[in-house]
Design a protein around this ligand. Sequence first.
Ligand SMILES: Nc1ncnc2c1ncn2[C@@H]1O[C@H](COP(=O)(O)OP(=O)(O)OP(=O)(O)O)[C@@H](O)[C@H]1O
Length: 307
Amino acid sequence: MEHGTKTYDPALFPLIILNPAANRGKMTRYRSLIESYRQRINVEYVETRLAGEAQELAKQAAHEGRGLVVVGGDGTLNEVMNGILTSGCRVPLGIVPAGSGNDYACNTLKLSSDPETALETALHGRVIETDAGVVNGHYFANAFSVGLDADIAVAVGKLKKYPLMSGARLYYTAALKQLLFGYRHCPWVSLSLDGKVLTHEQQQYVLIAVSNGPAYGAGFRVNPQADHTDGYFDICAVSYMPLRRALKLLPVLQRGEHAQEPLVHFYRAKALSMTCARPANMQYDGETLNATTFEAQILPGALLVRV
Ligand SMILES: Nc1ncnc2c1ncn2[C@@H]1O[C@H](COP(=O)(O)OP(=O)(O)OP(=O)(O)O)[C@@H](O)[C@H]1O
């Protein structure tokens, strides 16, 4: 983190950042709501012009001590929280869930998906501290994972451009595609939690999911017990199993009813390290990257969010 130049200044107008590409570009409702607010209260408003810009805008606003509101999905939120945390300034963040997937806003923070209620909360809600995480230098609000679901996130990115592909249908189609055609490439990983090696030899996993919130991937309740304010990651490790069995597990996992499954293990930790036999896909809040080792730490209470 850089050192912030200012602390939060409530006298400054908050900056609303809207991603016009979120929700497949269907953002008219959010725009008109923001316009009607602007006639009544003082806010700064900007729409991003390209991916990556929200992070820079948020970093600049946080440096000034300005509060922020993000209007978009998990991807835009990830950019904005990366901007805030790299600025080093603790400014409050309001979230209007407006993407095709809004796991952090709707499943972790339990914010309303009604645009008007969400905007009101984002501007005037009470401020709470929530945990964030950092993995390989990238901040995340909700979760990161390695394995089948990270491969699914890569497939989601490719499928998004097709018509009618959004929300749960998009994630379910990508999941089926990976299960049927990419399953045997599930990664071999050795895992350490809080400095203790779990298994010295690499083992093959269907997925290892590290969460602050209970659900990701448009509602898959992978770590149903996760609490975003407890200062710990919840970790779900699903060992490799035959594809037929994994297919049966998928809807159980979606409902968060996999606690008794014999090849599923849950852990809690403040830090973890993973070493993969080969470069593996990793997703953090739906963004993806590819690497061989992953180092992560919890950042207790690092984010200020309005709820
Ligand atoms: N002006 C823009 N044009 C194109 N892409 C943008 C723009 N602004 C931001 N982005 C990128 O759009 C991506 C998708 O945004 P976001 O995730 O918020 O919406 P979504 O895809 O509808 O929701 P989700 O990813 O939660 O399913 C983000 O990775 C973000 O970096």
